[in-house]
Ligand binder design. Structure first.
Ligand SMILES: C[S@@+](CC[C@H](N)C(=O)[O-])C[C@H]1O[C@@H](n2cnc3c(N)ncnc32)[C@H](O)[C@@H]1O
Length: 965
């Protein structure tokens, strides 16, 4: 089989990808992730770039087309340009940009087909008219299959978890079935044929419009059925007596946005044994400047009541604390001040003595929220709610992610108030009723009367109704996230928090009950809006298929392109967390997907998560995880399409990084080991900041990668065995070139060490085994250490390019940074480096006074420096002056200076890399940041220096100044 190296095996524009990932985190409206919550989703930008780069040939593998290094670099730069456009959020639905990427994929594919025409399975594997299909066996929230589909591949997704499978069906399987169709709803049908002809419904827009329409229908039906549980609140004169701000509302009935409740337990003080005292984590209702409001409890006789006041409380600190004494379940009795320890509260909860008292009402005012004291009627109405169903599935005994069971909230049903249960069951019933409505309308609109269910590949009226039902059930799931008694009030944002603010179900003491029928935070139509808008943006092209399968035994990967993001140890207990949604989805959708919802809860036994409570201890859990993961990886190594490398995301835990080992860590080593044991050779390890928000290069260690993309190919069956010595020799021979390549592609210094592991691992995994001198196998940990050593040596050897003064400064900096040091020491070092302290002062590198010396930092350097007039010009000065100017005046100013450095600029970049590596090892975070920033801005500085034009917003020339092949 003829295999050409793919772009991802050589270079990636990480800066642009990371930037797009960071930006994507702030995108909410219309993002497919808003269809349904899933934990630890990968940004679409990363998924898209990775799949593209694993399918497109690297120019070095096309010497017929790009014979010289220069020509290859130029072509690589062109491909980078495509990726830079492709990853931008605003281009997600830009057909021109995406089509350009698809065309590149096809071109590489056709080359592969032509070359492999003689392959024994050429017919199945290399059909030049059909791109191979894609598969992700750990599909989760579906980012990877969705992007594969967008790039024109038939997309297959599998996951063990039925909720994840359903999300993938909703993203890649259902939309293409109904793509390009107009909606079927009555409103659309009532339009004239001219009106209808004037509107087009590309992609899944028609489907999205029906989700919106029937979502509204459900809302209106529900209001008829349960609207009485959500009455308006009447503002009386009496209420306004103590609250002049309420005067304009007297006599008016305001729509309630939320009811704020405090959980209660019996007072531990015998004098108040009958009083249910509140557990309140804060009495502040609004901390918004100028709109402050708070609850003031009033103790009266043998009881208490809550009043609501506006403005800042006199004792703000006390009000902020509520009745909480300290972190955890430590409260005090409102009546007596008696402390209540966590165990007391747990005992009360277990004994079913935990209740709730209405603490405040939030209503819609004329210009914002109005906070009102509770009324007996409001409390009484809530208590009239009589749910006919509640999910009885027990919560897991995993205290890391489920905090409520010790307090007596032991089933998923316990997480909701009766009124919330009534609302959710009503809307869930309405999903089923809506299906009938939709089917009737779909038939009237002319859809085939075919009764084949959606689950059996139907595309007629019934299947369409079931399809819309899936999205409506998603909207109900979103409601469950906002309508549980785990949702607290966000007093600075004045809105409801959702249940899953974190990857856990925490215990919440004072919770919020929203109003499905209001128009503010947490209402039903808001959930429908999120859903239909997301539906409208999915690619809905190429076939998609999502199924439930265990990655350790799946067969769906056969002959497919694979990119996958497996679970990482015990980071997230997907199955346990997703039961929260599963119980509602099952209720709404079991008739549509009887197989998917066959079990009462999400299947857990095969889940590849190292959950100690499930496996009888940490060690057993880890063994289960590693064993299963190796099996899953083995399936990929044996099934993947032979023309493409497999890409695997490894979620990197920040806490794993330790000391001087830099990128090595136990979890990382073990994972690499599993991948290698599974039969893979590794050819790339790309760091990506897929978890970060906007602070991409934050402070020091925060700027580290959050994922590493492993690029793997099945190891040759006849791979040889070698010795440690030969392995080291091969590293020394190959790593410098790979490193130079990475530096040339302007990889950020923060990413260099990690990215350089890839070529190093490629050497290590080329062999079946590397043996130590005593015949024992050389461990992954040792291989990583050796790779790092050669990397260091290679960087150090670049010092040969620096002048003597800069070499001295580098050595001094390693020892003392910009701190003061002894003149004598400096002088001794200068002899070794063939310079002198005097000369260094002369050069403008060093300050020397009173027997002490100190390197000049960028802030100490003169502003009028002109390299052309400097008679003792050093690379050291170039770097630090460039940093000074970049920090003060940005890239244009730095470019002005760089234009005076001529050919020496490249050496300055090398020094900046070297200094960054040094600072990182020495944990000098702020200095590291400055060197990293300089290297990152380098292409733009050079471009500006060359052209003298204005700065671009994007990464510019990645390959230095090669302009012609
Ligand atoms: C890191 S998540 C994938 C996230 C996904 N890439 C995204 O962007 O949303 C890992 C997934 O692996 C799934 N999983 C865990 N054990 C599995 C198994 N044995 N077989 C298949 N999937 C499994 C989990 O349900 C979870 O959805």
């Amino acid at each position: 089989m003829n295999h050409r190296k793919k772009l991802i095996e050589v270079a990636l524009p990480l800066v642009a990808i990371n930037k797009a990932c960071a930006r994507e985190k702030s995108i909410r409206h219309g993002h497919p992730s808003t269809l349904h919550l899933w934990w630890a989703r990968r940004p679409l930008a990363a998924a898209r770039a990775v799949i593209f780069a694993q399918m497109v040939d690297d120019p070095s593998s096309c010497p017929d087309l790009f014979p010289t290094e220069k020509a290859q670099a130029k072509e690589r730069k062109r491909l980078f340009g495509i990726i830079e456009e492709l990853v931008k959020w605003e281009n997600t639905t830009n057909e021109r940009v995406i089509e350009a990427a698809r065309a590149e994929i096809w071109q590489s594919w056709r080359r592969a087909c032509a070359e492999n025409a003689d392959h024994p399975r050429a017919k199945e594997l290399f059909d030049r008219e059909v791109l191979p299909a894609f598969h992700d066996p750990f599909a989760g929230g579906g980012a990877l299959p969705l992007e594969a589909q967008r790039l024109g591949l038939e997309a297959h997704a599998s996951d063990l978890n039925p909720v994840a499978v359903l999300i993938n069906k909703a993203m890649i399987e259902i939309p293409p079935k109904f793509a390009g169709r107009p909606p079927v709803n009555r409103h659309w049908q009532s339009k004239s044929s001219e009106e209808q002809a004037a509107q087009v419904w590309p992609g899944a827009r028609g489907l999205a419009e029906d989700v919106r329409f029937y979502g509204k229908w459900m809302r209106d039906e529900a209001e008829k059925r349960i609207g009485q549980l959500y009455p308006k609140v009447k503002v009386t004169e009496e209420m306004a007596r103590e609250r002049p701000d309420l005067e304009p509302y007297v006599g008016r009935a305001l729509t309630v946005i939320a009811w704020l409740w405090a959980r209660t337990v019996k007072s531990p003080n015998p004098a108040f044994a009958d009083v249910d005292v509140p557990l309140v984590s804060t009495f502040m209702l609004s901390t918004k400047k100028g709109k402050e409001a708070y609850v003031e409890p009033v103790v009266e006789g043998n009881g208490y009541r809550f009043t609501v006041k506006v403005g800042m409380p006199k004792d703000a600190a006390e009000t902020k604390k509520g009745t909480k004494l300290s972190r955890g379940a430590n409260f005090q009795c409102l009546m007596s001040g008696t402390p209540m320890a966590p165990q007391y509260i747990k005992d009360e909860g277990k004994a079913r003595r935990m209740g709730a008292r209405l603490m405040a009402i939030v209503a819609e005012g004329d210009r914002g929220r109005v906070y009102l004291a509770p009324t007996p009627e409001m409390e009484a109405i809530a208590l009239t709610a009589q749910p006919t169903w509640k999910p009885e599935t027990p919560l897991p005994a995993d205290m890391r992610s489920h905090w409520t069971p010790p307090y007596g909230l032991e089933t998923y049903g316990d997480l909701f108030t009766p009124r919330q249960l009534v609302a959710l069951t009503t809307f869930s019933d309405l999903v089923q009723e809506a299906r009938k409505e939709i089917q009737r309308d779909a038939l009237a609109a002319g859809l085939p009367a075919d009764d084949t269910p959606l689950a059996q590949a139907g595309t007629g009226a019934r299947a369409y109704a079931e399809a819309v039902g899936v999205y409506l059930a998603f909207a109900v799931d979103k409601c469950s996230d906002y309508w549980s008694a785990i949702c607290s009030w966000h007093n600075s944002g004045q809105k409801m928090r959702n249940t899953f603010g974190r990857q856990a179900i925490p215990m919440v003491w004072d919770y919020t009950e929203g109003n499905p029928f209001c128009t503010s935070t947490g209402n039903f139509m808001a959930m429908v809006d999120w859903t239909w808008k997301a539906v409208g943006t999915v690619p809905s092209r190429s076939k998609g298929l999502a199924e439930q399968a265990d990655a350790a035994s799946q067969v769906a990967s056969s002959d497919k392109v694979i990119s996958t993001d497996p679970p990482y140890y015990d980071n997230i207990g997907y199955a346990d967390l997703s039961d929260f949604f599963y119980v509602w989805l099952r209720r709404s959708l079991k008739p549509t997907f009887p197989d998917l919802f066959a079990t009462l809860a999400v299947p857990k036994a095969e889940e590849l998560v190292a959950t100690p409570y499930r496996h009888g201890g940490r060690e057993q859990a880890e063994a289960f995880f590693m064993d299963g993961m190796t099996q899953a990886m083995h399936r990929l190594a044996t099934q993947a399409h032979p023309a493409f490398p497999v890409t695997i995301y490894y979620a990197f835990k920040q806490s794993e990084r330790k000391g001087d080992e830099g990128t090595s860590s136990t979890g990382w080593e073990t994972f690499l080991d599993a991948v290698i044991q599974a039969g893979f050779a590794i050819s790339g390890t790309w760091p990506m900041r897929t978890e970060l928000g906007n602070r991409m290069i934050g402070s020091g260690t925060n700027a580290l990668a959050s994922s590493i993309i492993l690029v793997c190919c099945p190891r040759a069956a006849d791979a040889p065995t070698t010795s440690r010595r030969e392995f080291l020799q091969a590293l020394k021979a190959e790593l410098p070139q790979a490193l130079a390549h990475l530096q040339k592609s302007n990889i950020a210094p923060v990413d260099l060490a990690q990215a350089a592991i890839g070529p190093g691992m490629a050497v290590y995994t080329r062999y079946a085994r590397v043996l130590e001198s005593d015949g024992s196998p050389l461990a992954v940990r040792t291989a990583l250490a050796l790779i790092n050593r050669v990397l260091d040596e290679t960087l150090a050897s670049q010092e040969g390019d620096f002048d003597a003064d800069s070499r001295w400064a580098l050595a001094w900096f390693e020892q003392s940074g910009f701190d003061e040091g002894d003149f004598g020491l400096a002088e001794t070092l200068s002899k070794a480096k063939n310079t002198s302290v005097h000369g260094l002062v002369d050069a403008g590198v060093l300050a020397s006074k009173g027997g002490k010396v100190r390197l000049l930092s960028p802030a100490d350097l003169p502003e009028d420096w002109d390299p052309r007039a400097d008679s003792r010009l050093t690379v050291w000065e170039m770097v630090h002056h460039l940093i000074r100017v970049l920090e003060a005046g940005g890239e244009s100013a730095a470019a002005e200076l760089a234009s005076k450095l001529d050919s020496q600029a490249e050496t300055a970049r090398e020094l900046a890399y070297r200094l960054y590596t040094l600072c990182e090892r020495k944990k000098r975070a702020s200095e590291a940041l400055a060197y990293n920033a300089l290297v990152q801005s380098w292409p733009e500085i050079m471009r500006l220096a060359r052209d003298g034009t204005r700065p671009q917003t994007e990464q510019a020339d990645l390959f230095g100044d090669e302009s012609e092949a």
